[in-house]
Design a protein around this ligand. Structure first.
Ligand code: OGA
Ligand code: MN
Length: 202
């Protein structure tokens, strides 16, 4: 079962690519929940951000259960992963935040970490893809690197594919996309204290 494969792979190497995480029908249903309004993506966490279109040019829309039952189903699947990670690895994952992302022709996201040790409470990243019939000539691959900056994987954004990795350990980049490219990026966070205020799950 793939949930077991995910756990084994995270334990062994810290990342995993799960093909057919969702069926073509489920992807179609999720695509119907894509928003009509998008905002320029920012660098940094939700409440500590700045726009920097030199580093990323994609547009995003934060996910919320009220966007439809396919979104609710997706969030429930993420909850199952969260619970499993906590049971197996005592990761203390507390909350999941996620957004749809849209890369239009020419868009990219330069190499970055999603989280830096000690300065963020993001621990585990997920990226899910919604692109039927993606071709190599469309670009838009996700390159994963290790901390020695060696490339360890090159992931095409095929529909139904879920990528999971430890947020603090894998720099990654989205190469220029030549085709409209949709993904759902999400982060499991541990409960943290920021400016003396304890995070509240919402
Ligand atoms: C991100 C990110 C990867 C992708 O949003 O932080 O790295 O393939 N996205 O969309
Ligand atoms: Mn990222």
């Amino acid at each position: 079962m793939s949930l077991d494969k995910l756990m084994a792979s995270i334990e062994k190497q810290g990342w995993f690519v799960w093909d057919d995480f969702l069926s073509a029908e489920q992807v179609t249903a999720l695509r119907q929940c894509l928003p009509s309004e998008w905002k320029q993506a920012k660098i940094g966490r939700r409440d500590d951000t700045h726009q920097d279109v030199r580093r990323r040019t994609d547009k995003i829309h934060w996910m919320h259960p009220n966007m439809g039952s396919p979104v609710q189903d997706y969030l429930e699947r993420m909850k199952a992963i969260q619970n499993m990670m906590n049971q197996r690895f005592f990761m203390g994952l507390f909350e999941y935040e996620s957004h749809f992302a849209k890369y239009e022709n020419g868009d990219f996201y330069e190499k970055h970490y999603d989280s830096f040790k000690g300065s963020s409470n993001r621990r585990l990243t997920t990226v899910f893809y919604l692109n039927e019939e993606w071709q190599p000539s469309h670009g838009g691959v996700l390159n994963l690197y290790n901390q020695e900056e060696q490339q360890i994987s090159q992931v095409e954004p095929h529909a139904g594919r879920l990528v999971v990795f430890l947020s603090e350990e894998f720099p990654h980049e989205v190469c220029v996309s030549h085709q409209l490219r949709y993904s759902i990026a999400g982060w499991f966070r541990i409960n943290g204290v920021k400016d003396g205020v304890v995070d509240i799950a919402h």
